[in-house]
Ligand binder design. Structure first.
Ligand code: CMP
Length: 140
């Protein structure tokens, strides 16, 4: 077992519906500790850079438009195997494929409007955390 940190984003569909609290409760019940958190509005440039790996995908422009359409809550989650644990509690990217009880099964509206983002590996978690947070903003 390894103590890890992962980057989580509560997306505009969820902030719009005022369900950031219930999502945080699901994360905490899964054994994840929110060690940093802030509510921001991403600029187009921030979203494009954050999702640069998807730049050539057909859904890229819609994804950037969606992620800049309202407030997001960016957060760092810490825990044993936090990356996998977070991906389990989030559920599959497409809510139609997500397991019962997962955040996306319960709350996501579509594959785009899917309520949460979570880093997919240790290296991307480190990059994504550094993109949004300085060390001074992280308090375990
Ligand atoms: P996320 O984990 O934030 O990473 C990239 C996002 O792109 C993903 O969640 C989805 O919300 C979105 N996405 C992935 N595939 C598609 C798709 N086929 N159509 C629209 N959006 C997608």
């Amino acid at each position: 077992m390894a103590l890890e940190r992962t980057l989580s984003i509560i997306k505009p569909d969820a902030t719009r519906r005022n369900i950031t609290g219930v999502i945080n409760t699901k994360l905490e019940e899964a054994g994840l500790r929110i060690v940093a958190q802030k509510r921001i509005r991403m600029s187009r440039q921030m979203a494009e850079t954050f999702y640069d790996v998807h730049r050539e995908r057909p859904f890229f422009n819609n994804l950037v438009a969606f992620m800049t359409s309202g407030a997001v809550v960016v957060q760092i989650l810490e825990g044993e195997n936090a990356i996998t644990r977070n991906r389990e509690v989030m559920g599959a990217t497409n809510p139609e494929n997500a397991d019962e009880g997962t955040i996306r099964k319960l709350y996501a509206e579509s594959i785009e409007s899917n309520s949460v983002h979570g880093s997919d590996a240790l290296d991307t978690a480190a990059t994504e955390i550094a993109y949004f947070f300085s060390d001074a903003e992280i308090h375990a």
